[in-house]
Design a protein around this ligand. Structure first.
Ligand code: HEC
Length: 543
C-alpha cells in the first residue's frame, strides 16, 4: 500500500494532473516515457470501472455544457465542487473518507480562495453593525476590538459545505466498489484490430460516415488508426492517421492528424489538421462510442459511434434526414460489405416507401432512387439492409411546420490576441407538427437541419450597449465567430473612462424560406464572454 496513491482511484486525466502537481510543487523529476508508464500503471490499478466512468465520460469527451446543474447527482455537491471546475472531475474519482478530507485540505492549502466556498468563515450576507469594545489585554493602550462575528452558516443545517460533500462522497463514491473489484479481476486489453464502421454527427456539418482501421501498436495497449470519413451533406472527405492508448481496458485516448493545410481553413469547423479522441469500448468490444474533438476550447467535434465490420453487409445510415410524402428522390446509403449484386429489394424503409433503383454502388456507398407514397403517417423510421438495421435513420413528413435553432442557448469566448477564440455553431432544425397536427407539442418530429439565413439581434439587457456591433459575426452556415478579446477603444467608455471589452449577449436569428413563400423564423440566445485564462486540460493522456 502506498500512502495517498492506494487510497485514490480516478481517471487518466486526474492522475496526469496529480503527477503534474508533484512536478510543479514537489520537485518530482520524470522522463516523459516514465510518466506514460506510471499513468498506465495507475489507470490499470487505481482506475475506474466502466460503469463508474460511463455516466461521466462527457468529461473525457470535452463536451461543452452551458449549465451543469443537471449533471450534479446530489445537492451536497451543488454550489461547492462545481464552482471552480466541472463536476466531472469530482465524479471521476473514488477515495476513502480520510482521503476526501485530504482532498479538501489540498484545496484549502493550495487555493486559499477555496475556503470561501468549502469552509466559509465570513458570513456571506451583510453583517449587522457589531458592538465594539475597548480592550487592552497586554496592558498597553486600549484599542477598539470588534466583537467576534458569530459564525454564520451558509447552510440552514449549520454544516460546512465541504463536510456535507465529504459525507456524500464517502458514501456515494467509496474507494472499494463491487464494480471495480469485478472489473479489475477480468480487465484485459480487447482485440481492437480490424475495420470499424463509423456513424457520426458534427453540429453544423451534419452526418458523417466512414471507416476506421485499427492496427496493433508497439505496446499491447497501443494502437495505430486510420480514419477515412465522408460528410454526407457536402460530400467532403477526410483521411487522418493516428495513435490511441487504451487505459483500464476500455478507455481510448487518441490523437489523429490529417494533411497540414498551408493556411488555417476559413471555417475552423472543417478540415482539422489534428483532432483528439475519447472513445469508450463496450464490454463485448464490438462498439466504440465517444467524441473526436478540436478547437481552442474543443468546441468542434464529431460524435462517433463505431461498430466492428465483420463479413456481413452492414448499414450505417442514409444521407437524407427526412423524406416527404409523396416524393421521389435520390439518397445515399452508407455502410460496409454491400454485395456486388445489391438489389433494390434488399433495403427496407417501411410501408409506403420503395427503392425503385440502385443508381450507383460501391462496397460502402449506394445511391438509391426512393419513391414515397402519398399520405404516409408522420414519424421516425428505421431502415434495414438484410440483417443490419440503422435505427431512427430518417423521418417521414407531410410538410415543414416550423424551425428551431439548436442549441437554444450557447456561449462563445472572445479571443484571437493571446487567447483562442471559442466559436459557437448553431443549426436550424425543421420540424413537422406530428400526428396531432399541432406545432410545438411533444409529438413533433425533427426533420433534420435546413439551410437558413443567419443574423443577430440586440438582446436588450443594458440600454444602448450595441452588442451586435461588437461581439462578433454570424456566417451563412450558422457559425458565430467572436471578436478580439481585450478593451476596444472604439467601444463606449465605462464610468472610469476605460473602453470596454467586446462582450455581450445577443439573439442569434435564423429564417427559412418555406414552401409557398412563407418565411419561418427562430432564435437562440448567445452569451459572448471573456477567455478562460487558466485552462484545465491534460492533452498528454492521448500521446
Ligand atoms: C476554489 C476553487 C475550487 C473549489 C471550490 C473546488 N475545487 Fe477541486 N480543484 C481546484 C483546482 C484549482 C484543482 C487543480 C489542482 C492542481 O492543479 O493541482 C482542483 C482539483 C480537484 C481534483 C483533482 C484531484 C487532484 O488531486 O488534483 C478533485 C478530485 C477535486 N478538485 C474535487 C473537488 C471537490 C470534491 C470539491 C468540492 C468539495 C472541489 N474540488 C471544489 C479548485 C477547486
Amino acid at each position: 500500500m502506498m500512502r495517498r496513491i492506494s487510497y485514490i482511484r480516478t481517471s487518466p486525466e486526474v492522475w496526469e494532473q496529480i503527477m503534474k502537481r508533484m512536478i510543479r510543487l514537489n520537485g518530482l523529476v520524470l522522463k516523459p516515457e516514465e510518466a506514460r508508464d506510471i499513468l498506465r500503471y495507475l489507470s490499470a490499478n487505481n482506475g475506474l470501472a466502466p460503469e463508474e466512468t460511463k455516466p461521466v465520460f462527457w468529461e473525457a469527451e470535452h463536451r461543452l455544457f452551458r449549465d451543469q446543474t443537471d449533471k450534479i447527482p446530489a445537492d451536497a455537491l451543488q454550489h461547492t465542487c462545481n464552482y471552480c471546475h466541472t463536476i466531472g472531475r469530482v465524479l471521476t474519482q473514488r477515495r476513502t473518507r480520510d482521503d476526501y478530507e485530504k482532498l479538501i485540505n489540498m484545496h484549502l492549502g493550495l487555493f486559499p480562495g477555496a475556503e470561501n466556498t468549502l469552509r466559509p468563515r465570513r458570513p456571506s450576507r451583510l453583517q449587522e453593525a457589531a458592538p465594539v469594545a475597548y480592550s487592552a489585554p497586554t496592558g498597553s493602550n486600549p484599542a477598539v476590538v470588534p466583537a467576534a462575528a458569530p459564525a454564520v452558516p451558509v447552510r440552514t443545517d449549520g454544516k460546512y459545505p465541504a463536510d456535507v460533500a465529504i459525507e456524500y462522497l464517502s458514501k456515494a463514491q467509496p474507494l472499494i466498489t463491487p464494480e471495480w473489484t469485478a472489473w479489475k479481476a477480468m480487465m484485459r486489453t480487447p482485440k481492437l484490430e480490424g475495420k470499424w464502421l463509423l456513424t457520426g454527427y458534427q453540429q453544423g456539418k451534419g452526418r458523417v460516415f466512414g471507416t476506421v482501421t485499427i492496427e496493433r501498436g508497439t505496446a499491447p495497449d497501443e494502437f495505430i488508426s486510420k480514419t477515412e470519413i465522408e460528410y454526407a451533406t457536402s460530400g467532403a472527405s477526410l483521411t487522418l492517421t493516428g495513435k490511441g492508448i487504451l487505459y483500464t481496458g476500455y478507455s481510448w485516448r487518441g490523437r489523429s492528424t490529417g494533411p497540414k493545410s498551408a493556411a488555417p481553413p476559413a471555417d475552423p469547423g472543417t478540415n482539422p489538421s489534428e483532432w483528439r479522441e475519447a472513445l469508450f469500448v463496450s464490454r463485448d468490444a464490438n462498439t466504440l462510442d465517444g467524441r473526436w474533438f478540436w478547437g481552442g476550447y474543443e468546441e468542434f467535434g464529431i460524435d462517433a459511434h463505431l461498430v466492428r465490420i465483420g463479413s456481413q453487409p452492414l448499414l450505417a445510415g442514409i444521407s437524407a434526414y427526412s423524406l416527404q410524402s409523396p416524393s421521389t428522390s435520390e439518397i445515399r446509403a452508407y455502410g460496409a460489405n454491400f454485395p456486388a449484386d445489391l438489389k433494390p429489394g434488399d433495403f427496407d424503409l417501411g410501408t409506403g416507401i420503395s427503392v425503385k433503383r440502385i443508381v450507383k454502388r460501391t462496397p460502402s456507398v449506394a445511391t438509391l432512387e426512393v419513391d414515397v407514397s402519398p399520405k404516409l403517417g408522420v414519424g421516425i423510421r428505421d431502415i434495414s439492409l438484410g440483417r443490419s438495421a440503422a435505427e431512427r435513420a430518417f423521418a417521414v413528413y407531410d410538410k415543414i411546420a416550423y424551425i428551431k435553432i439548436l442549441p437554444d442557448a450557447s456561449m462563445a469566448r472572445l479571443g484571437g490576441t493571446i487567447a483562442a477564440k471559442q466559436y459557437a455553431q448553431f443549426e436550424a432544425i425543421a420540424y413537422a407538427a406530428g400526428p396531432d397536427g399541432k406545432n410545438q407539442t411533444a409529438d413533433d418530429v425533427p426533420l433534420g437541419p435546413v439551410t437558413a439565413h443567419w443574423g443577430m439581434e440586440e438582446f436588450v439587457s443594458t440600454p444602448d450597449d450595441d452588442d451586435i456591433k461588437f461581439v462578433g459575426s454570424m456566417n451563412d452556415s450558422g457559425l458565430f465567430t467572436p471578436n478580439m478579446e481585450g478593451p476596444n477603444p472604439a467601444r463606449k467608455k465605462q464610468s472610469n473612462n476605460y473602453p470596454t471589452n467586446n462582450w455581450g449577449d445577443v439573439w442569434v436569428t435564423a429564417s427559412y424560406d418555406g414552401a409557398g413563400g412563407s418565411s419561418m423564423k427562430a432564435r437562440s440566445y448567445l452569451v459572448v464572454t471573456i477567455p478562460i485564462y487558466v485552462k484545465y486540460d491534460q492533452p498528454e493522456v492521448d500521446q
